[in-house]
Unconditional design. Structure first.
Length: 404
């Protein structure tokens, strides 16, 4: 089996899927972009996974047979800059299944699957064409790609029930299987990485100050500017915010904003990303997890980001914007609050309301449910989609919703 993903730091979902398949006896390769550092932390954290990093300099044009992609095949290098390197790597070894992790690599994966005579699976991490920050021509091209290829893939998997329903509406032959973005369980018998960080100790945050955590890429479109502004409005409520993650293009602007508000290294703190095997232990040192995403497009309206399930697995109360899928996993389960976060004032009001909630009771409910929100709890369901490690699954694209 060969998986394609257009990541340098590979999404945990991809690594956990590949790791489960490898441990179940499948030969799995993950083709990805070069890791942004000297040591490949993904490979260190997942030694069972064969990760192949393409060379960015590999731009030699590839000859392909159109196959199920038809005339769209000529647009592959335009839709995905590294198409040629990924395609050559994918067809270099035999595979019976090719998995496209998200839409940018779907056309490349389809061409590779046709060349290899393999089945094609599509794991949609999001509604990729509905991202407002993409140029209009690219959104249009990706929608056309969806319309062309969704009915022709052999199995579709996605991250939540709302996106599954939308993909079915857009042409998937059957309701996609739902596999949540769950982390490995936080277990006492699993060694904690030396890279785990106590955020409170790292920044000298007093024990009587509530530590709010937002982790993930510091990127545009995530409402982070308003989040920093909101922290200036909650002064006096003994709260501090940690932004943990890689720079997605706006970190310096966020630092400048925090500094102009007199909050940098006082009420707003920045920490670089930690490896996957240190993430949950680091997250658990916060008091509240915050998901501030604003409904700027259909993709964010229906999102269930990794951080949501990291907070749950770590036993943290969750404060999230009032969006449909976030409500499903927060207020409807008693794991926290869903409140409007359309601007800094609304967000500061939401934070103050959360600080006044019965946080120990919420933490107790989250901690009790945490084992059900782990990768292990849905691993068998995932393997069954590929007829591995469980009874025969039948059509792998038939909707199986791991909702807990």
């Amino acid at each position: 089996m060969t998986m394609l993903v257009a990541d340098d730091r590979i999404d945990r979902r991809v690594l956990l899927e590949a790791d489960s398949l490898a441990k179940a006896g499948a030969a799995v390769r993950v083709i990805a972009l070069p890791y942004p550092g000297l040591d490949d932390r993904d490979a260190e954290a997942f030694p069972h996974v064969d990760i192949q990093r393409i060379a960015l300099s590999d731009r030699r044009a590839s000859r392909v047979r159109p196959g199920r992609a038809g005339g769209l095949s000529v647009f592959a290098p335009l839709l995905f800059l590294h198409h040629d390197g990924f395609y050559r790597s994918a067809i270099a070894k035999a595979a019976d299944v090719v998995v496209a992790h998200d839409l940018p690599v779907l056309l490349t994966a389809a061409l590779a699957a046709d060349e290899l005579g393999a089945r094609l699976f599509f794991d949609a991490h999001e509604l990729y064409p509905e991202q407002r920050q993409l140029p209009a021509w690219r959104r249009s091209a990706y929608r056309r790609l969806e319309r062309r290829l969704l009915p022709k893939v052999d199995g579709v998997i996605t991250v939540n029930a709302s996106i599954a329903a939308e993909l079915k509406r857009r042409g998937s032959r059957s309701l996609p299987a739902v596999i949540l973005n769950l982390p490995l369980a936080a277990r006492t018998d699993r060694p904690v990485s030396d890279d785990a960080v106590s955020l409170r100790l790292a920044f000298g945050i007093p024990p009587d100050t509530h530590l709010l955590l937002m982790h993930g890429s510091l990127s545009a479109g995530r409402n982070l500017e308003a989040l920093v502004d909101a922290m200036a409005l909650v002064e006096g409520h003994r709260a501090a915010l940690v932004l943990l993650g890689p720079d997605g293009g706006i970190e310096q602007a966020l630092r400048n904003k925090a500094e102009s508000l007199g909050l940098l290294w006082k009420g707003v703190f920045f920490h670089p990303p930690v490896p996957q095997n240190a993430l949950l232990a680091t997250v658990a040192t916060a008091d509240i997890g915050i998901v501030p995403y604003r409904e700027v497009d259909l993709n964010t309206r229906l999102c269930t980001p990794n951080k949501l399930f990291d907070f749950i697995a770590a036993g943290l109360p969750v404060l999230a914007n009032n969006l449909p899928e976030l409500r499903r996993f927060v207020v409807e389960r008693g794991f926290g609050l869903n409140l409007p976060m359309h601007d800094a004032r609304a967000m500061s009001d939401a934070i103050v309301t959360m600080l006044a909630a019965d946080l120990p009771a919420i933490s107790g409910r989250v901690a009790a449910a945490a084992p059900d929100f782990s990768w292990e709890a849905q691993e068998e369901e995932f393997l069954r989609l590929f007829d591995i490690g469980a009874a025969t699954a039948g059509d792998p694209s038939e909707g199986r919703d791991v909702r807990h």
